[in-house]
Design a protein around this ligand. Sequence first.
Ligand code: BG6
Length: 491
Amino acid sequence: MVNKTDTRCDLMLFGALGDLAQRKLFPALYQLERANLLAEGSRVLAVARTDSDTVAVRKLLFEKLRHHVKEEEFEESVAETFLQRVDYQILDFNEPEEFSVLNEWRDSANNELIVYMATPPSLYGVLARNLRSASCCTERTRVVVEKPIGHDLESSKVINDELGEVYNENQLFRIDHYLGKETVQNLIALRFANNLFASQWDQNHISHVEISVAESVGIEGRWGYFDQAGQIRDMIQNHLLQLLCLIAMDPPSDLSADSIRDEKVKVLKALRHITPDMMERYVVRGQYTAGTSNGKPVPGYLEEEGANKGSDTETFVAVKAEIDNWRWSGVPFYIRTGKRLPEKLSQIIIHFKPAPHYIFDPDQKHLANNKLIIRLQPDEGMSLKILTKDQGLDKGMRLRQGPLELTFSETFDTDRIPDAYERLLWEVMKGNQYLFVRRDEVEFAWRWVDQVIRNWRDSGEPPKRYAAGTWGPVASIAMITRDGRSWYEDA
Ligand code: BG6
């Protein structure tokens, strides 16, 4: 157990008036206050370029909290207590001389310093250098940065080098917010606390794995960013590859950050590269056209506000990924993610191989594979599909597939599942890096993703269209059907 006073911190939040801070970071800090986890004396310095002052910013944040926190979780008195911790500082991030003012704020306390760069990554280097020249940071300072770290391997190296000039790797907390989701952390518990699965987790017992991260929303007014990134950089390079690593990694020797990250890196290194001749069978790239979402008509990607009508950016990607190692040889990982799909749903399905010798009705053989369905969101939980005998005198030895079901909220009577940012901020305060991404993970992930992007660019093929509200281009169904399988919802 951590001692709460050990988490006393000064959190300098750059980009404090931006979207991420307002939507995610301040609500997460509010929730930590509500859970009584913020140590007495912990403070927040909201830093931004906007001309304002502490009183006005506290007022603004109060309204933003009211808006972004669920109504039943919003308590005025907690919000007021939390906002007493917040001060505001206007700052031009490009002006080194202005940074000395931060020390004046720092001087009044002796807390651990956490610098959170909720800014575009192009500013990370400038912020790091200016903080150094104003002597704001020490070797103990923890620095939190958001994805995307670059848009390819080369640019990510530049950003990582800039950060590395000022900070050691053990000071850097690179966020992939999927790692902060309770159910994602549960993958570690599921795999390494249950011997039942440990002995079944390889190519002898698993035929294939599906990882789907579907969103019903479109690009939500983020055209400028999204059109440069596309779904492969926005989701596959980070969230989906992290999920794949947690499913595929070997058991770490302990729960320390480096033990876990060493194992994830081995998986990323073993991902088979997808060469141009493999593209047609291994990768599907899509872009949504007009359709419906939750029963309402919605525009296509090229008709979104601010759209460049000729954009070839993808909003859907499906990949058949293969891992060239002893454990996973011959086990494809079908991963897919897209915007404007029928629902918001993230799930992983482990398809086990059938029993070696089948003795039941041949016409039921298609039922024979056990499946473990891990629901990351919504309705967090898991379900193990097993076969039992159908009840009744007339049923003979007819089989029936049924679930062993675990829904976290019901089974454990959990009143709320914390948001990923609550967990991540709390871990930074404790100085624990295991839910953050190490430099080599970022770089190996880019290396794999870059070759796919390069193949797309060289082929000049536009993305395949799919109507908003469907599960992506039909080519994604064809990709898995070719292997004699189907996506879970089609089965
Ligand atoms: C972000 C992406 O990292 O993750 C967004 O930039 C995406 O495009 C979001 O919508 C999805 O996160 P979640 O937690 O809602 O599944």
